[in-house]
Design a protein around this ligand. Sequence first.
Ligand code: XIL
Length: 417
Amino acid sequence: MMKYRLLALLSAAAIMLAGCGSSDSSSSADANKPSDGTGTSAVTEASEAVTEAAPAEDSSYTRSKSFVETKDYPSLKELYKDRFLIGCAISTKVMNSPEYTQLAVEQFNSYTAENEMKPERVLDQQTAMSDPGKYNEHVPVTYDSIRTCLEYAQAHGFAVRGHTLVWHSQTPEWFFYKNFDKNQGNVDRETMLKRMENYIKDVLEWTNENYPGLIYAWDVVNEAASDSKGMRKESKWYEVVGEDFVEKAFEYARKYAAKDVKLFYNDYNAYQARKQKDIISFLKPIAEAGNLDGVGMQSHIGLYLHPNSFMSAVREYVEELGDIEIQITELDIGKDKSDNWEEKQKELYKGFFEGLMELQDDGIKITSVTIWGLTDDMSWRKGENALMFNRDLSRKPAFDGVVEAITGSGDSEEEAA
Ligand code: XIL
C-alpha cells in the first residue's frame, strides 16, 4: 500500500513539474512545455503510474483495478475532431490526480476551469485593502490560480474556454463597495465601470501576453438574465452599474481581447422561450455593435427535455443575432426517478449530439461542446448522476450514446473493440 501511495505521489509530482512549475507571472507561454514538445509527457508519466497507484485523495474509497484494464473505449475528441471541440470542466481534484487527468486527456481537447478562473479566485482583496485609495479604480488581481490552470491546459494539449469575467456569483462583494468596505456602501456607477474595465483589461491582456492562442473563447458575461423576467435584479453588477453593464462588459472585452479570442454571453436555460427572448433583446445591440461572437448555452438539463425544442432555440439565436457561434458550455443531464433512467439518459445524450450535428450540417456554427465535469461523484449536481463516467472511471451508457451519435452505430462496444 505504501508503495502505491508513493507512486501516486511521485506521479502527481511529475504532473506538477510538467504542468505547473512556473511562478513567474511574466514567464513565456512555452516555458513549461514538456521537452518533447508534444504536450503529452506528463500524461504518459501519469498513465504509467495509473496501473499501480491507488487513488491519492480519497482514502474512504478503493477503486477497482479493473477500471484501468477495461478502459478501452474510443476517444470522443478523435471521433468529433471534424465537428467541434469537445470539452470538460476540470476541477483542482482532477488536475491533482494522474488518473483523472489521464481520462480527461484521452477524451477531451477543450478545458474549462470549473472554478479557478472566476473573479473570486483572481481579485486580490489583501492588496486592495492595504491601500483602498490607491486601488479605488484599478483593483489588484493575482494570476496564480489562472496560471496553474493555463499551465496544466497547455501541458496536456487542451484548448481553453475562459470562464468567466463578469458574473453576479463567485465574485466577492467587497469589489463593489467604497473602499472595499461593506459599511461604506456601494461605489458609484462610474467608479464601478472603471473597476470593470480594468479587471477585463488585466485578465485579457495578461492571458494573451503569457499564453497567446491558448484561450479560444471567454464568457464575458455569465447569467445576466432573470429566471422570471428581464434582467437578473439580484446582481451587484445590475445594482451598481445598471442595465447596460452587459453592453459595457462586451465593449471593454472587445477593446482588450486579442483578435482570435471569441467573446461569449453564457447562460443556463438559455433555450427556454421566455428567457431566450430577454437574452436576445439585451444581446441585440451588442451583436449589432460587433462586440458579440457567440452565445454559450450552459445546458444543465434533465430527462424532460426534447432535443428538438433545444435545437429550435439554437436556430432562433442565429436568426436573431446574425452570424454568431453557438457553444454548449456546461452540458450535464440529470437523472429522473424512473428505473431505466440510465437508458433514457443515454438516449438524450445521443439525441442531443445528433441534433447539434444536424444544425451544423445546416450551416450553424457549433464550435465547442463542454461537459460540466468528469465523473458523477464530482459533479456539482450531487446525486443526479448527470455525467458520462462513473466514479470508478468506467463509462456510462451516456458515453456510449455520445459515441453512437457520431458513429451511427447502435452498439458502440462492438465498434470500440
Ligand atoms: C459551479 C461549479 O461547478 C461548482 O463547483 C461551484 O461550487 C459553483 O459553480 N453555471 C456556471 C458555472 O456558469 O460556473 C457553475 O459552476 C455552474 C452553473
